[in-house]
Design a protein around this ligand. Sequence first.
Ligand code: MTE
Ligand code: MO
Length: 597
Amino acid sequence: MTAGRNWTGSRGRLQGGAAGASQNLPPLSPTFGFVVTFHTARAPDIQPRSATMLLLHRAVVLRLQQACRLKSVSSRIYIQACSTNDSFRPQYPSLTFSGDNSSTRGWKVMGTLLGVGAVLAYQDHRCRAAQESTRIYTKEEVSSHTSPETGIWVTLGSEVFDVTEFVDLHPGGPSKLMLAAGGPLEPFWALYAVHNQSHVRELLAQYKIGELNPEDKVAPTVETSDPYADDPIRHPALKVNSQRPFNAEPPPELLTENYITPNPIFFTRNHLPVPNLDPDTYRLHIVGAPGGQSLSLSLDDLHNFPKYEITVTLQCAGNRRSEMTQVKEVKGLEWRTGAISTARWAGARLCDVLAQAGHQLCETEAHVCFEGLDSDPTGTAYGASIPLARAMDPEAEVLLAYEMNGQPLPRDHGFPVRVVVPGVVGARHVKWLGRVSVQPEESYSHWQRRDYKGFSPSVDWDTVDFDSAPSIQELPVQSAITEPRDGETVESGEVTIKGYAWSGGGRAVIRVDVSLDGGLTWQVAKLDEEEQRPRKAWAWRLWQLQAPVPAGQKELNIVCKAVDDGYNVQPDTVAPIWNLRGVLSNAWHRVHVFVAP
Ligand SMILES: Nc1nc2c(c(=O)[nH]1)N[C@H]1C(S)=C(S)[C@@H](COP(=O)(O)O)O[C@H]1N2
Ligand SMILES: [Mo]
């Protein structure tokens, strides 16, 4: 699968935090105990199993529609036949036969009716699979099955599978699965942890043809073959949304503890393993303009450019996605309010470096493309682009940053160099920067063209046309409540409400309104005193409100909403801005609390 297209999403959660567990740590509240519990986080109205099967199914249908347009009818049936999983049934009520409990008969009747042999062939395949499941194969035999002609075999543990027919249906694309042909799946599943779920195993089980010769069993070499084994150690306070690749957010009450987010709890959004780069041999390649010169810059070279330091808030397009999930299933990591953080970044200005390579603003449209040094097993690197006009504008203050809060960049945040694009969505702040080029078109990266775009609530995975929407650059106005937390019990008398507010494109936050009664009446919160430069308000504002709790009130519905200097406001509810990828989630933030008697 393509990295970053998280078609199921990891559901493991690390809860709580530890006091003083790492040197660089801000003091944490001593009441903040360390509890590790893994649980299944599921939105109440969604069954993750059927949700993930749905995504798998969608991916398969799309691929099939591309692969065999002419055979689309039989393809659809084949897919449904593949899935003996009950979670498919409700989607196709017309395919169930009322009063007939035998789904086998149902499938046969349908197959005959439509004159398509795929269903029967599939059942035949399953019967054969069952008979042959006791056959023993050697590792050599397996390794000679690596093409459609010989058949494509893989192993998992001691089991052998013939996945020839599945390769074209693989949600991440055939090429990714072909990397494992003739050998074990484990190293690849370790990279895409999304596979480690029971329904994926069930799907695979349908292709089982036998067992590995016991003497040949693959040694559990997870440690050495794990592409994430070299990832840095993380702060235990982080709430982990996915371990591999690592995605985590600080808990809300720590997030607004400091205007500047301490490095160890700055939210982390990785699509791939963290590369381990040697600062001495590191080079940043800047492709030169025609008539200009290409540059290969060492870290020292970069330090020789004038150094700029600016405070910038970075927000992932998926921040607060979990609220969209509550409206309707979306594809992506379940970020709560913490996929946003603020740091002081220092480095060279991109416009200075581009100018040295001979680039200048041009009349025609152009884009600056960034490539990271993190890559998947096919060698595909993370990439993104921004318009050349922004990159060349000194006022836009785009940085090639080598420092974060006075320290060299931490590995998780792009060591040794990353792009910082003030006012723009996190996805364009490319980490572990390896190459910069200027092109007439946007980056061809998956993350520029096939992700990080907004759509109407009416668009689904069958109708989405990624080319029809522009890539997200500047983000809309945003705010959230970090204290108290949803479901908490607050003291009667007075309540303190805290949160953050930020807007994209350098637009300053001019006001935050807070309601204790679900939006009927409002009070104006007190904004922090931090400087907001006109058109360059790159950083958030933290805010607070101390409000009397109305006497006799047993519950409060606390709401916040921010206004930026363009008088842009947040939408009041999520449903009208719902989109299939769960990005740009910026509705009024709502927290329901109880009042202590
Ligand atoms: N090379 C590289 N750059 C990357 C990413 C990545 O996976 N690889 N993730 C992007 C996304 S989607 C976000 S939101 C930000 C997150 O930056 P952070 O991890 O420092 O918070 O980095 C961006 N830059
Ligand atoms: Mo992101």
